[in-house]
Design a protein around this ligand. Sequence first.
Ligand code: AMP
Ligand code: ZN
Length: 467
Amino acid sequence: MRLYNTLTRKKEEFVPLEEGKVKMYVCGPTVYDYIHIGNARPYVIFDTIRRYMEYKGYEVNYVQNFTDVDDKIIKKAIAEGVDSKVISERFIEEAKKDAEGLNVEPATKNPKVTEEMDGIIEMISTLIDKGYAYEVDGSVFFDTKSFADYGKLSGKNIDELEAGARIAVDENKKNPMDFVLWKPKKEGEPYWESPWSQGRPGWHIECSVMAKKYLGDTIDIHAGGEDLIFPHHENEIAQSEAANGKPFAKYWLHNGFINVDNKKMSKSLGNFFTLREIVEHIPYDVVRFFILSGHYRSPINFSRELMESAGAGLDRIKNAYKSLLFKESKAEGDMTEDEKRLADEADKFRIQLEKAMDDDFNTADAVTAIFEIAKFANVNVTENSSKEFVTAIREKMLMLCNILGIKPYDEVKNDSISEQEIERLIAERAEAKKAKNFARADEIREELSEKGVVIEDTRAGVRWSYK
Ligand code: AMP
Ligand code: ZN
């Protein structure tokens, strides 16, 4: 498995720090609003990378924080006349709902800044003790000049950065590139006690502290959107390596941006969409599929047309799968010699998918492997196929879809009936019709309808869908 490491600027073979295990940290959202369509990309991409590593047999410890201390949260809380916690807890719950909708596996741990203050204060104290940070009037800053490797991730040179920086906004700083670790409270803001002032941490320190606490001093993979390379991730490296005296993360992965109608998404341009707004028109699974259809490091453009085409692609996969389920419910018997040969041949799609994913997680090519197995199923699985053969192809297709977190079937919209039960009833109805028991056939149609399922008799057989 090879991955592109932002730190070394090349594709490298993945070698875990500890055999069979992966320690992965992904920067999470600031919870002052619903997550936006751009935030959906790191959710889906790093979940897919995690799933692939799990498929390869690694035990993945996946930590993603929620930034629940931030100016935007405080601003919103003041506007609504509520405590900051009311805002952050509300949008943590909403972000979790969106993640679930996108079929993102829950993280091993979702730490929150408000619950990690002791660790934050401890790391800042260590940085001061070791001479990497300094206090001025209740604020604490990281002294970027004291950390020789500053700039190694983003490839920026500290002197050039400084020359380019405008006059330090905060005149307490020794150097313009120094960044804040702790700041004193302003009137009306939430605050915590610390040795330096009643106040709150800067943004960057939380990830260094949480990664250390939940994963250790050195981790395998650190990930986030490419906007985080500088300064956030650069600062995380400085803090962690200065405090712990060890390398922080072995591999740094960054997703490219989602643009809207080829422009950067921004509230002022009026092209800013929360994921919640999008899923009113486009289902979550299409959004996921759309994100997987591009390479994670390339920018992708979000537009209605592209979403519609992603939806049509996903439908092709679902139709092939539904047809397999239907044929499976009617088929009987074991594989013939010819079918055995075809079933073996179908393993080429697994190899194709793995090859794509092993090359820096090329999900676009992995999706192609799924289209191809769908086509293979449409051509080779017929009404005369044996049950064993249909099952083998269907299970292979499902396994490949699962690796990417694609569900090749529609979600059951209510708990009243499972897909298997729907297929069983449809098969029973066909039997009833054959036996001219039309009363029973109608009864089954009625029962399915009550459970929200409509059926349609076509020449290719019965098709069903949710109402
Ligand atoms: P934020 O809440 O802005 O800190 O972002 C949470 C995550 O979403 C980070 O990993 C960001 O890099 C990522 N992100 C933000 N905007 C976009 C975008 N338009 N496209 C892709 N990723 C984004
Ligand atoms: Zn972070």
